[in-house]
Write a protein that binds this ligand. Structure first.
Ligand SMILES: [Zn+2]
Length: 288
């Protein structure tokens, strides 16, 4: 859990090797400690001079299938690593990537949680500055909505639905103060439809996707065994925590989402950033 007043980074470097979800190519990422207030920063280690890509809202260039960062050099599929950092309470981190995509592990955040735990966490000599809201903030699109309500700590409530198949709507809730992110959220895998995976593959995408890297939904229901009865909704919480980490500071709010996804998560984060700017930084430095 990410409670605590001080910022944290990892104690020592650690490497993660694996496959990129879309390219299907072998790739690796090395996590290194970073100084207080540096936030999360990627470096493309495969390019000359290893250009940096910041994990910030201004650097988001795509949200259609996972989050892509970087206006010059790009890093894709960052959301599960960002979710693990926020879920475990890691504020500052350098991530060197050997290509455009992070390793996808089994489609959940377990590979990143394990790496961060192997590296160990250390407190730093700087205070955390959570964002607190003084009024609700929301965005919607069609039948999808996400709202952030003022609250004393992070809480995420999610309703997820699968379209065109006999799977009932799912609901899940995560409360930062009492729930164990590593056990309750991190193992939930990304999910997708058999038909969608076929279409992505025809476009040369999702080459790394398989039953080993996702919860797959066919016309009759789940093709492989879910890890939780509400794994779809839990993974949506995982994604939302990762996308909201682009705010660069912990968010203390009750986030309620219905049928949302990366695009709306990032739009909500942008709306929160705008609200903070117009209220003169409400909640700035506000530890309560
Ligand atoms: Zn995801």
């Amino acid at each position: 859990m990410s409670a605590g007043v001080r910022q944290r980074t990892i104690a020592r470097p650690v490497e993660i090797a694996g496959t990129g979800l879309h390219t299907g190519a072998r790739t690796a990422a090395r996590l290194r400690p970073a100084a207080p207030d540096e936030g999360i920063r990627f470096h493309r280690a495969d390019l000359p001079d290893a250009p940096a890509v910041r994990a910030g809202l201004d650097d988001v260039v795509a949200t259609a299938r996972g989050v892509v960062l970087g206006r010059g050099a790009r890093v894709a599929t960052v959301e599960h690593l960002l979710s693990a950092t926020r879920g475990l309470g890691v504020d500052n981190l350098v991530v060197e990537v050997d290509g455009e995509e992070l390793p996808c592990g089994d489609g959940s955040a377990v590979v990143f949680v394990d790496a961060l735990r192997t590296a160990g966490l250390v407190e730093q000599d700087a205070a955390r500055r959570p964002i607190v809201l003084d009024a609700p903030v929301w965005v919607s699109s069609g039948s999808s909505i996400i709202v952030a309500l003022p609250a004393p700590r992070l809480r995420v409530t999610y309703v997820a639905t699968a379209d065109g198949v006999a799977i009932a709507p799912q609901i899940a809730e995560y409360r930062e103060e009492v729930d164990d992110y590593a056990r309750e959220v991190a193992p939930a895998r990304t999910w997708g439809y058999v038909a969608e995976v076929d279409a992505l593959r025809a476009q040369g995408l999702a080459r790394g996707a398989s039953y080993a890297t996702a919860l797959v939904i066919g016309p009759e229901g789940f093709v492989n065994e879910p890890r939780f009865p509400n794994e779809m909704a839990r993974h949506k919480i995982l994604d939302a925590i990762g996308d909201l980490a682009l705010l660069g500071r912990p968010l203390w709010a009750h986030v309620v989402a219905v049928r949302a996804g990366h695009t709306l998560h990032v739009a909500l984060a942008a709306e929160i950033a705008r609200a903070l700017a117009t209220t003169g930084g409400a909640g700035d430095g506000g530890l309560r």
